[in-house]
Design a protein around this ligand. Structure first.
Ligand SMILES: [Mg+2]
Length: 167
């Protein structure tokens, strides 16, 4: 079960303090887009996200977008933020993630993967040996397949929170 558990969780990405990365020796964060930096398919980042990116950059954290969404969706969004990106990342598969690590010249142990989905973002991070950081989705997705995924996530989140409460 633990391969589905995040190492840490926050409500919103912009609530993750710079110290979170520094204390864990994390030098890179790979960022999901939809429901992590903004709502699904929204071309504009959440306004709090801009300040967060700036704070993290100033603290020395290197940032890159790793999204399963299409090139058409991800490229203008990433370019608007001045971030490098990988679209069609096929999370939870590890190929594009490893490509990102290679491009940045970093090891998985110093890399955080941040996203809102257990079966893509968290599983991908865990399988690759990165630090998995879960955020709550910014808004519920209207699409039916997402409702199925969120339903399947529920018992895992319950088990994770129970263990976290004990720990
Ligand atoms: Mg997402």
């Amino acid at each position: 079960m633990s391969v589905f558990f995040p190492h840490a969780d926050f409500k919103r990405i912009y609530e993750i303090p710079t110290e979170f990365f520094q204390q864990r020796g994390l030098t890179v964060a790979l960022l999901d887009v939809d429901n992590t930096l903004t709502t699904h398919d929204n071309p504009t980042p959440h306004k709090e996200v801009l300040g967060w990116l700036e704070r993290q950059r100033n603290s020395g954290l290197r940032l890159m977008i790793l999204s399963n969404n299409t090139e058409e969706r991800v490229a203008p969004f990433a370019e608007g933020l001045g971030l490098e990106y990988i679209a069609n990342a096929h999370k939870p598969l590890g190929g594009p993630l490893r490509q990102a690590l290679g491009k940045l010249g970093v090891r998985p142990e110093e890399t955080a993967v941040i996203g809102d989905q257990i079966f893509t973002d968290i599983l991908c991070a865990r399988l690759a040996g990165c630090t998995a950081v879960l955020v709550e989705p910014m808004e519920p997705e209207p699409m039916a397949f997402f409702r199925v995924k969120r339903t399947l996530e529920r018992p895992i989140l319950r088990a994770y929170r129970k263990r976290k409460g004990r720990g």
